[in-house]
Design a protein around this ligand. Sequence first.
Ligand code: ZN
Length: 241
Amino acid sequence: MRYAVLSDIHGNIEALQAVLADAAAQADAVICLGDVVGYGADPVPCVELVAERAQAWTVGNHEHGVTGQLDLEWFNPYARAACEWTREQLDEDHRAYLAALPLRVELGDATLVHASPSHPEEWDYLLLAEDGYAAFPAFATRLCFVGHSHVPGVWSVGSSGTDHARGAVEVELAEGRRYIVNVGSVGQPRDRDPRAAYAVWDLDRGRVTVRRVHYDHGLARRKIVAAGLPRILADRLAVGS
Ligand code: ZN
């Protein structure tokens, strides 16, 4: 069994379609860690495609912003403008669907969560080595998949010590170790690589691989500008920041 693990699609249908096309040859099923909406110009097609394709979907702070479960004061001005615009695009059924998504899901050996397994509703960022190590007691499974920072990375703990690798692309899962894997962002990468990111979790081989996929970010950028969203949200897609 192989899962494609997607996070932070952010209304970018061009990136989502490219990732799903790549994943068709890499994985048997799709799971999603949230922030399907916000920033990009195509929230409705992204919500509908993820709802149709994902076996599990944990909620992100942008879904909660759109549904009113998270105060927009929490967001920076660009994210807030995108939340307000996105809210207008979605109908009541979409909003009800998003409002009912779980904060956390256990799938076999893995816990799925958008931000951090400890208090996922507080939307803390796991950025430093210590942030990740401190989160291990908050889940019982061997693996935990997260998104939220839009930067791929891996934390692991075990009897031979701790390890943190920012931007790690391939992890061989070792006996007796536990892992937190940030799968990066499909629709708004922030690690200076503009290609879409997602992870393949291969249960038979005991391996997690972060893949990068080219997509038409020029089209995604033009749609953001045409929608009247803040221009910075378009420009950053070209550089992956
Ligand atoms: Zn995000």
